[in-house]
Design a protein around this ligand. Structure first.
Ligand SMILES: *Cc1c(COP(=O)(O)O)cnc(C)c1O
Length: 462
C-alpha cells in the first residue's frame, strides 16, 4: 500500500512515512494510491463486533507493513481505552429514522480524540522502533490542539507545539491546552485567526531547512492517519443500522473537510452510504462551492461553532484530486489560484463532486434555535457544531433512508452557546471537573513565521 501526493510531485511513501510526515514536500496531501474495498460479507461480519474489532478490520488494509497484526491490535486497544463509553461511538435516536452519533466520549470531549489518540499510539510505536524523535506542530481552531496535547503529553520522543488563535477559542478549549504541566507541551496563542495559524504551519512545512532541522511532523487533519481513523465510525454506525443490507446517509458538520472525507473513503470502501451531506455554519465557503459558485475566500466571521470558522478547508484538496481524475497538476494549479483568493471548479469536476456530496448551511440564529428545539423536543443537549449538522440533516433528509448526524463535541465544551439557547449550563464530566482550578501556561506570539521558528527551536525539550 503506497501513498501519493495530491500535487503529483512528491515521492510515493509507505503508510508509516506518510503518517510521520503529514504534508507532502510538494505542498500536497497524501492519499492511498488505491482505495481498498471490503466485500458485503466482510461488512456483514462486523455485526456485533466491538469498536476496536471494527477498527482493526477497516484500517488494516491501509497500513501495509507498518505494524504487525498484533502490534496494530494493541495500538487500537490503547487508543480507545481512555474513552468514557463502552461503545466508544454510541448512537441515540433524535426522531424516526434520524440518529445522532456521539463522538464526544474521548478524553477531550470532541471527535478529534478518535484520530488523535490513535495517532499518538502509532507515533510512539513507530518512533520507538526507529530510535527517533519528532517535533509536532499543529494549528487548531480549538479541538485539534487539545486532542493532540492529550495524545502526546509526556511522551519522551515528541515535543508538541500548538498554535491557536488568541481570544478565539472557548475557555474550555483553551484550558485543555494550557493546563497540562508536562514540559513537552507548548501552547502558543497567536495574534491572528485560525487561517493565519494554519498558513504559518504550512510555511514551516515549506521551509525545508527548518522542517528537517527540528524533524517537523504534522498531526493536523491533513495527516492521512487521522482521516483513516475517522473512517471507522462510519462503519460502526452504518452496520448497527443494518448495513450492508440497508443504505444509510450521513450529515457532517464540517470545517477542514477531514471528517466528511473519511465518510467518502468509507463509501469507496464499499459501505452503502446514500447521501453525504456537508453542513457548514455562516462560514459557508464549502456550501457555496458545492452549489457551483466556485471556491472564493472571504473573511472569517467568528461564530458560536468556532471549530468550523474557516475559509481554507485543507482536506477539500483531497476531494478535488479525485474530482479532477487524480490530476496532480490541475490540483497544484487550483491551489496556486487559491493563494490569490480563489478558483472556479471545472464542470466535469463539479459533477463528480455533486455526485458524492450535498451541502447546507446554518445561520447563527438557526443554530441556536436548533439547540433549543433539540432540548425541548428530543431531550438532547447539542453542542453548536452538532446543531449545525442536525439543522441541515432535518432540512435535507430523504425520509426513506436512515440519517446519521455526527455529534462532534460534548455540549460542555461550548457552555455559553448552549446556555444562551436553552438556559441550561451543561456540566463538565467528572474527569474534568477541576479544569477551571488548574494553572494555565501559554506563550502569546505574533503571527510571524520567524518569531514562531525561533520560539520552537529554543524550546525543544526532547
Ligand atoms: C474539528 C471540528 C469540526 C470540523 O471537522 P473537520 O474535520 O475539520 O471538518 C466540527 N466540530 C467540532 C466540534 C470540531 O472540533
Amino acid at each position: 500500500m503506497r501513498y501519493i501526493s495530491t500535487r503529483g510531485q512528491a515521492p510515493a511513501l509507505t503508510f508509516e512515512e506518510a503518517m510521520l510526515t503529514g504534508l507532502a514536500r510538494d505542498g500536497g496531501l497524501y492519499v492511498p494510491e488505491v482505495i481498498p474495498t471490503l466485500t458485503s460479507d466482510q461488512i456483514a461480519a462486523l455485526h456485533g463486533k466491538s469498536y476496536e474489532e471494527t477498527a482493526f478490520a477497516v484500517m488494516r488494509p491501509f497500513i501495509g507493513e507498518t505494524f504487525t497484526d498484533d502490534e496494530f491490535r494493541q495500538i487500537i486497544a490503547r487508543a480507545y481505552a481512555g474513552f468514557n463509553h463502552g461503545a466508544r461511538a454510541p448512537m441515540v435516536q433524535l426522531a424516526p429514522g434520524h440518529f445522532l452519533l456521539e463522538l464526544f466520549h474521548g478524553p477531550t470531549l470532541a471527535f478529534k480524540d478518535f484520530a488523535m489518540q490513535l495517532i499518538g499510539q502509532m507515533f510512539q510505536a513507530a518512533l520507538a522502533r526507529r530510535g527517533d524523535r519528532v517535533t509536532i506542530v499543529g494549528a487548531t481552531s480549538g479541538d485539534t490542539g487539545s486532542a493532540a496535547i492529550e495524545a502526546f503529553r509526556g511522551l519522551s520522543n515528541v515535543d508538541v507545539f500548538i498554535l491557536y488563535p488568541h481570544g478565539r477559542v472557548s475557555d474550555v478549549q483553551r484550558r485543555q491546552m494550557t493546563t497540562p504541566s508536562e514540559s513537552n507541551v507548548h501552547a502558543l496563542a497567536v495574534d491572528g485567526d485560525f487561517d493565519d495559524c494554519q498558513a504559518r504551519l504550512k510555511d514551516m512545512f515549506n521551509d525545508f531547512e527548518f522542517r528537517d532541522g527540528v524533524k517537523l511532523a504534522g498531526v493536523n487533519s491533513i495527516n492521512w492517519g487521522r482521516v483513516l481513523a475517522q473512517v471507522v465510525y462510519y462503519f460502526s454506525a452504518a452496520v448497527s443500522l443494518g448495513a450492508p443490507a440497508r443504505e444509510v446517509s450521513f450529515t457532517v458538520p464540517t470545517g477542514n473537510f477531514g471528517d466528511i472525507f473519511a465518510g467518502y473513503i468509507a463509501k469507496r470502501m464499499g459501505l452503502p452510504i446514500r447521501d453525504l451531506i456537508v453542513a457548514t455554519n455562516q462560514n459557508d465557503i464549502l456550501d457555496r462551492c458545492l452549489k457551483g459558485q466556485g471556491y472564493h475566500k472571504t473573511s472569517v466571521h467568528p461564530s458560536i461553532s468556532p471549530s468550523m470558522d474557516i475559509q481554507v478547508s485543507s482536506n477539500f484538496e483531497r476531494a478535488l484530486f479525485d474530482a479532477y481524475g487524480r490530476d496532480g497538476n490541475a490540483v497544484g494549479q487550483l491551489m496556486a489560484e487559491l493563494g490569490q483568493g480563489g478558483f472556479d471548479v471545472s464542470q466535469g469536476a463539479m459533477q463528480a463532486l455533486q455526485a458524492i456530496y450535498r451541502s447546507g448551511r446554518a445561520s447563527e440564529e438557526e443554530t441556536s434555535a436548533t439547540i433549543a428545539t433539540a432540548r425541548e423536543t428530543m431531550g438532547e443537549l447539542l453542542c453548536p457544531h452538532s446543531a449545525v449538522g442536525v439543522k441541515v440533516a432535518q432540512e435535507q433528509r430523504d425520509m426513506a433512508v436512515p440519517m446519521v448526524t455526527l455529534a462532534t463535541a460534548h455540549p460542555a465544551k461550548f457552555p455559553d452557546a448552549v446556555e444562551a439557547a436553552t438556559g441550561v449550563r451543561p456540566d463538565l464530566p467528572p474527569h474534568m471537573a477541576d479544569l477551571f482550578d488548574r494553572p494555565e501556561r501559554f506563550t502569546r506570539i505574533d503571527n510571524d513565521l520567524d518569531a514562531l521558528k525561533k520560539h520552537i527551536k529554543e524550546n525543544l525539550s526532547a
